[in-house]
Design a protein around this ligand. Structure first.
Ligand code: PLP
Length: 381
C-alpha cells in the first residue's frame, strides 16, 4: 500500500504509540484524582503540555488541550464572539476548511456579519481586499496558515499586521502547518491558533488551542475545572501523551520537509512530463512541501481515486471532508479553476514516511490509468 493522503490523516508514529500504551494499560487513572492513581496521569499532562508548548513556541499555560482541529476552531470563533459581544464582524477567507466555514455560517445565523476574502487563480490571498474588509467592529480575523487542498501557504504575518492596525484579534487554523513549518512565527502573530495531533503522526481525538496569555475566549465545553476552566471534561490522557510525543518528534523531523519537497517536485515533474492537459493547482503560489493537487482534464477525480485504490495507492479528491460530493470543492471554485480541470482533481499528500520508490511506482502507473479513463470518457461522448 502506498499512502499519499497525509493531509487527511497520518500514521501514528511507533514512538507515539509506545508512549501512549502505558496510559491505557497501567496508568489509566483520572488526572484530577487526589490519590495515587492520579499521579502518573497528572504528571504526564504536565510533560505533554510542555512538549506541545515547545512545539508551538509558547508558554505551557497558553495551551488548552482539546479533541482536535474542529473543536479548537469552535472554541476560538464562538468563544471570541461570546466574550466580546460589542463587536459583531468576522473576516475570514473563501478557502477555509469546512469546519471553520460551518462555524462562520453558524455565527452568521446568530447575527454576526461575515466577510469572506477571496484568493487569486493560484490560491493566494487578496491582502488588499482583506485590508478593505477590516472595520472598527471587526472582532476577529480568522485565516488558515496552510490550505488543506492546495498546500498554499497564506501570509499570516501580513494578515496579523493588518488585523493589529484595526484592533482585531487574529485566529489561525494551523492544522495543516503543524509538522511542516515552524509554528513559532505563526503563534507570535496570532491571539489564537489551533492544531490537531492526527495530522502530525499523533493520535486522533487530541488537539490543542493556543490562547495568548490574558485572552479569555468564552469556554465552549462547560464542565469541570480541567484546563483551568477553559475546557471541561476528563482529559484524554493517552491521546494527549501521544500528541506530546508527536510534537517532539515533529520538531526534530522538521528538516526532513526538504526531502519531502524534493519527492513532491519529482512527482509533479514526472506527471507533467508524461501526461498532457494536467494542471498543478496553486503551483504559482508559495506551497507547503508535501501537497500536490493535480487537475486532469477529461476525467473524474473520483474515478481516478478508485483506480489508484485498486493499485494500492491511497489519494483523495481534495478535502477528505468533501469526498462523495459531485460539486468541485469551494477552494477550486474560489480559485476560478475551470470545471473540467476541477472535476478531474486528485490530491496527493506526502509525509516524512514517503519514499522515492513509492513516488516512482505512482509515476509508473498514473499515466496509463489517466489515459484509460480519458479513453472511456471519449467513448461515452
Ligand atoms: N482545519 C484544517 C485546515 C484541516 O485540514 C482539518 C482536517 O482536515 C481540520 C481543520 C479539522 O481537524 P480535525 O480533523 O482534527 O477536527
Amino acid at each position: 500500500m502506498i499512502y499519499l493522503d497525509n493531509n487527511a490523516t497520518t500514521r501514528p508514529a511507533p514512538e507515539v504509540v509506545d508512549a501512549m500504551l502505558p496510559y491505557l494499560r497501567e496508568h489509566w487513572g483520572n488526572a484530577s484524582s487526589a490519590h495515587g492513581m492520579g499521579r502518573m496521569p497528572e504528571g504526564a499532562l504536565v510533560q505533554a503540555r510542555s512538549q506541545v508548548a515547545n512545539f508551538l513556541g509558547c508558554q505551557p499555560a497558553e495551551v488548552v488541550f482539546n479533541s482536535g482541529g474542529t473543536e479548537g476552531i469552535n472554541h476560538a470563533l464562538r468563544g471570541v464572539f461570546e466574550a466580546f459581544p460589542a463587536k459583531r464582524h468576522l473576516v475570514t477567507t473563501a478557502v477555509e476548511h469546512s469546519a471553520l466555514r460551518s462555524v462562520a455560517a453558524w455565527l452568521q445565523r446568530q447575527g454576526v456579519e461575515v466577510t469572506d476574502v477571496g484568493v487569486d487563480t493560484e490560491g493566494e490571498l487578496d491582502l488588499e481586499a482583506l485590508r478593505r474588509a477590516l472595520r472598527p467592529d471587526t472582532a476577529l480575523v480568522s485565516v488558515m496558515a496552510v490550505n488543506n487542498e492546495t498546500g498554499v501557504v497564506l501570509p499570516i504575518t501580513e494578515v496579523a499586521a493588518l488585523a493589529k492596525e484595526r484592533g482585531a484579534l487574529l485566529h489561525v487554523d494551523a492544522v495543516q502547518a503543524a509538522g511542516k513549518v515552524p509554528l513559532g512565527p505563526l503563534v507570535a502573530a496570532a491571539g489564537l491558533l489551533n492544531i490537531s495531533a492526527h495530522k502530525f503522526h499523533g493520535p486522533k481525538g487530541a488537539g490543542a488551542l493556543y490562547v495568548r496569555r490574558g485572552l479569555r475566549p468564552r469556554t465552549l465545553m462547560l464542565g469541570g475545572h480541567q484546563e483551568r476552566e477553559r475546557r471541561g471534561g476528563t482529559e484524554n490522557v493517552p491521546a494527549i501523551v501521544g500528541m506530546g510525543a508527536a510534537a517532539e518528534l515533529a520538531s526534530a523531523c522538521l528538516p526532513e520537509v526538504e526531502r519531502v519537497r524534493d519527492l513532491r517536485d519529482r512527482l509533479e515533474e514526472g506527471v507533467l512530463a508524461a501526461i498532457h492537459e494536467v494542471r498543478v493547482h496553486g503551483a504559482g503560489a508559495p506551497r507547503i512541501a508535501n501537497t500536490s493537487l493535480l487537475g486532469f482534464a477529461g476525467l473524474e477525480g473520483e474515478a481516478l481515486l478508485l483506480k489508484l485504490d485498486q493499485q494500492g495507492i491511497c489519494v483523495s479528491t481534495g478535502s477528505a471532508c468533501t469526498t462523495g460530493q459531485k460539486e468541485p470543492s469551494h477552494v477550486l471554485r474560489a480559485m476560478g479553476v475551470p470545471v473540467d480541470h476541477a472535476r478531474g482533481t486528485i490530491r496527493l499528500s506526502l509525509s516524512r514516511e514517503t519514499t522515492g520508490e513509492e513516488i516512482e511506482e505512482v509515476l509508473a502507473v498514473l499515466p496509463r490509468i489517466v489515459q484509460e479513463l480519458r479513453n472511456l470518457g471519449a467513448l461515452a461522448r
